[in-house]
Ligand binder design. Structure first.
Ligand code: SF4
Ligand code: SF4
Length: 231
């Protein structure tokens, strides 16, 4: 039996953390693991704040300037660690069918929907992500569940996230991505492009986890590029 602390140690050099553990019997959308009778538990892995940036930003995947550098970095690390644990790695972008990471996260992590179209975490705020999951044939010991708690948004009377966007991309209850993209494309020097989404930065929760500027800039550039490719 693998202790969860051993997995944490394997992830630590990459700035990644265990975000939660699901039982195989509790995994939604069984076709993701259809025919996989070996998997007993699924360990969700991700980052909180810029913890992974020190590792990713010096990696070959970051430096080669080829597309999807962060996904390729995640794949290399996820598959290597899964191999060491006799399991396999699953990735959010790999499909169809795509593994339902957010549905899984809602079950085992302290995350909730927010008004700005991303999940908010009770401690990390809007500054976190899921990179991969480890499908393991055995059970882990030493698992500590996420603390109970309500969404921080329920206590947030002013909702500053909804007033911070310079183009009101969230003002009608959904994310008007076209408005956001037009703004980002028009001004490469805007704070959103250089420092990260202003709506996200306005949230008071998890401020100490705010992505550092080069990390935030990387995601904004990747977002703009991916939207342009789809057009
Ligand atoms: S600013 Fe308030 S409402 Fe908006 S995401 Fe943060 S906690 Fe939730
Ligand atoms: S990145 Fe800027 S323009 Fe886009 S939604 Fe966030 S605040 Fe609005």
């Amino acid at each position: 039996m693998t202790d969860i602390s051993e997995i944490q140690e394997l992830l630590k050099p990459h700035g990644l953390i265990v975000r939660g553990v699901l039982e195989a019997t509790d995994i939604e959308r069984a076709p993701i693991i259809d025919g996989d009778t070996d998997t007993r538990q699924l360990v969700l892995v991700g980052n909180a704040g810029s913890s992974m940036w020190a590792s990713f930003s010096v990696s070959s995947e970051y430096g080669d300037a080829l597309p999807h550098g962060l996904d390729r970095w995640s794949r290399r690390i996820g598959e290597d660690i899964a191999r060491q644990l006799d399991g396999r790695a699953l990735f959010p972008w790999e499909g169809p069918p795509y593994p339902p990471f957010l549905a899984w996260a809602k079950r085992v992590d302290q995350v909730f929907p927010s008004p700005v179209s991303m999940f908010i975490h009770g401690e990390y705020g809007l500054w976190h992500a899921y990179r991969f999951a480890l499908a393991l044939p055995g059970r882990c010991s030493g698992i500590i569940g996420a603390p109970d708690g309500d969404s921080p948004c329920l206590q947030c009377a002013d909702q500053p996230c909804l007033d911070a966007c310079p183009v009101d991309a969230f003002s009608v209850g959904n994310y008007r991505v076209g408005r956001c993209l037009d703004y980002l494309e028009a001004d490469e020097e805007s704070d959103c492009r250089q420092l990260g989404c202003a709506a996200r930065r306005a949230c008071p929760v998890g401020r100490s986890f705010t992505y550092q500027p080069d990390h935030a800039r990387f995601h904004m550039e990747a977002f703009v590029k991916s939207c342009l490719v789809k057009q």
